[in-house]
Design a protein around this ligand. Structure first.
Ligand SMILES: NC(=O)C1=CN([C@@H]2O[C@H](COP(=O)(O)OP(=O)(O)OC[C@H]3O[C@@H](n4cnc5c(N)ncnc54)[C@H](OP(=O)(O)O)[C@@H]3O)[C@@H](O)[C@H]2O)C=CC1
Ligand SMILES: O=C1O[C@H](COP(=O)(O)O)[C@@H](O)[C@H](O)[C@H]1O
Length: 514
């Protein structure tokens, strides 16, 4: 933090609040954030850096907050601090090295197993010690457990938290848990996991995180759709020909082959991240902005998705994937998939939603591409130049642009495709877009579940993909090999064309420079 004064101002305007119904209630008192699996990859790369960003902005005041790391690895407080130090970078800090040191001092490490009382009793003792040391403050004691752990240990960890580490304040306060994806492997296992955790915690205490819901342009979708007259009358089957939701990475599984091979691209990206984006693109207007009303609408869309047809799926596996020693030699796991979903309702009947995700492709990006139908009565004969498209670029270079036809500037009356472009870096200069995890962790502290996945939503999501996943797991569907660094299997482009997508040749959107 820059100066004490700056810090005070920030704190005042961002006072912690919790959401009760749709009302926010200001909170004071002790907040303990416990990162379980603190020795792992996610904790180091995402969870602690997100906490650091929040700290730098005054959301985690040292007078109230303490952070605990918990894992089996036997390391000291300082060893944990040294592991994460290099990942703590904040553009929003006036004095980065000072802030890093102060932040790291808030962290205490406790080592213990995930299924025995001893470690959790020790953890509870440490948390309670911290709470007692802050008891000069009136108010609640809040305990946030972030499970940065493989899902296989969720049930035992939740049992241990329930038994030994619940918030003990007789004032107000709460205990919440944050669980990471993949939440189950299919409908059966996800439901089993939900039941096990559901016996220990109530739904308002469970935050199933999907970090795509924390991305700026994903959070913008409802505003865009429901606060703009432009879109309201056009957003339907009468005008939209097809929708693509695309995730591309230009690197392979890189050291995570063992994990990835158990899940594959559909479980890793499509069933969660892309499907969540689909919900926000396709859902009806909620009756209000209450988190439950928004999630009700998402569930309805998911429940309207028709069973996936085999002929509307293309799977791929990049060449070299099996060279990873942690991947079995005969792995059938797809690293690429294009899947068409069809929504059986009044708004979307007949409009293909094409979900495409792949690793080791020729570029890295995530975007939503809404392609409109051809203009009837094409007097300018511009059909060949391409259709209107509305593109929402989630990353990198956040942007929205509309591909549209204009007169080619000059003496001739000819047409050319151009765009209306809202590129964030240019339009919002000097504004730092928060990291998804930063935003979502703040929501968990505030008690806002809007951007988290509800149990029935998760169930509906697994219902869509489970039959297809079982066919792949049983070897009934095989991935097509593709070259690393390519567009993926050519069959995927053929499927796109069959579904009605018209590629604009010769047009490339170039993000504007400042
Ligand atoms: N890494 C990433 O980028 C992302 C990860 N996720 C999800 O977040 C969670 C954590 O991911 P990540 O940090 O990569 O995982 P790691 O494999 O790094 O595991 C985290 C920690 O859990 C402990 N652990 C690992 N395997 C086991 C096991 N079989 N049984 C008990 N404990 C184990 C280890 O700690 P110790 O041995 O010290 O106890 C490890 O440091 C997962 O659910 C993952 O799917 C989600 C999105 C992105
Ligand atoms: O959840 C996951 O997401 C990352 C991609 O996240 P992004 O925010 O960088 O788009 C992906 O690499 C990983 O395989 C997956 O588990």
């Amino acid at each position: 933090m820059g100066s004490g004064e700056w810090c005070l101002q920030k704190r005042d305007s961002f006072k912690s609040e919790t959401l009760v119904g749709n009302e926010t209630v200001p909170e004071i008192g002790c907040l303990s954030i416990i990162v379980l699996g603190a020795s792992g990859d996610l904790a180091k790369k995402k969870t602690f850096p997100a906490l650091f960003h929040l700290y730098c902005q005054g959301f985690l005041p040292p007078i109230e907050v303490h952070i605990f790391g918990y894992a089996r690895t036997k390391i000291s407080d300082d060893e944990l601090r040294n592991r994460i130090r290099g990942y703590l970078v904040s553009e929003r800090s006036a004095s980065p090295s000072k802030d890093v040191s102060k932040f790291l001092q808030l962290i205490k490490y406790v080592s213990g197993s995930y299924d025995a009382a001893e470690g959790f009793q020790m953890l509870d003792k440490e948390i309670s010690k911290h709470e007692t040391s802050k008891n000069s403050l009136e108010g609640s004691s809040r305990r946030l457990f972030y499970l940065a752990l493989p899902p296989s240990v969720y049930p035992s960890v939740c049992r241990m938290i329930r038994r030994y580490c619940m918030n003990k304040s007789n004032l107000s306060g709460w205990t919440r848990i944050v669980v990471e994806k993949p939440f189950g492997r299919d409908l059966g296992s996800a439901e089993e996991l939900s039941s096990q955790i559901g016996e220990l915690f109530d739904e308002p205490q469970i935050y199933r995180i999907d970090h795509y819901l924390g991305k700026e342009l994903v959070q913008n979708l409802l505003v865009l759709r429901f606060a703009n007259r432009f879109f309201l009358p056009l957003w339907n089957r009468d005008n939209i020909d097809n929708v693509q939701i695309v995730f591309r990475e230009d690197f392979g599984t890189e050291g995570r082959g063992g994990y990835f091979d158990e899940y594959g691209i559909i479980r890793d990206i499509i069933q969660n991240h892309l499907l969540q984006v689909l919900c926000l693109v396709a859902m009806e207007k909620p009756v209000s902005l209450k988190p439950e009303r928004i999630r009700d609408e998402k569930v309805k869309v998911l429940q309207s998705v028709l069973p996936i047809k085999d002929e509307e799926v293309v799977l791929g596996q990049y060449e070299g994937y099996r060279d990873d020693p942690t991947v079995p030699d005969h792995s059938n796991t797809p690293t690429f998939a294009t899947v068409i979903l069809r929504i059986h309702n009044e708004r979307w009947e007949g409009v293909p939603f094409i979900l495409k995700a792949g690793k080791a492709l020729n570029s890295r990006k995530a975007e939503i591409r809404v392609q409109f139908k051809d203009v009837p009565g094409d007097i300018f004969k511009c059909k060949k130049q391409g259709r209107n498209e509305f593109v929402i670029r989630l990353q990198p270079s956040e942007a929205m642009y509309m591909k549209l036809m204009v007169k080619q500037p000059g003496l001739e009356m000819s047409t050319v495709q151009s765009e209306l472009d809202l590129s964030y870096r240019q339009r919002y200069q000097g504004v730092t877009i928060p990291e998804a995890y930063e935003r979502l962790i703040l929501d968990t502290i505030r008690g806002d579940q809007q951007h988290f996945v509800r149990r029935d939503e998760l169930k509906a999501a697994w219902e869509i993909f489970t039959p297809l996943l079982h066919r792949i797991d049983n070897g009934e569907m095989k991935p097509i090999p593709y070259q690393a660094g390519s567009r993926g299997p050519a069959e995927a482009d053929e499927l796109l064309e069959k579904a009605g997508y018209v590629q604009t040749h010769g047009y490339i959107w170039i993000p504007p420079t400042l």
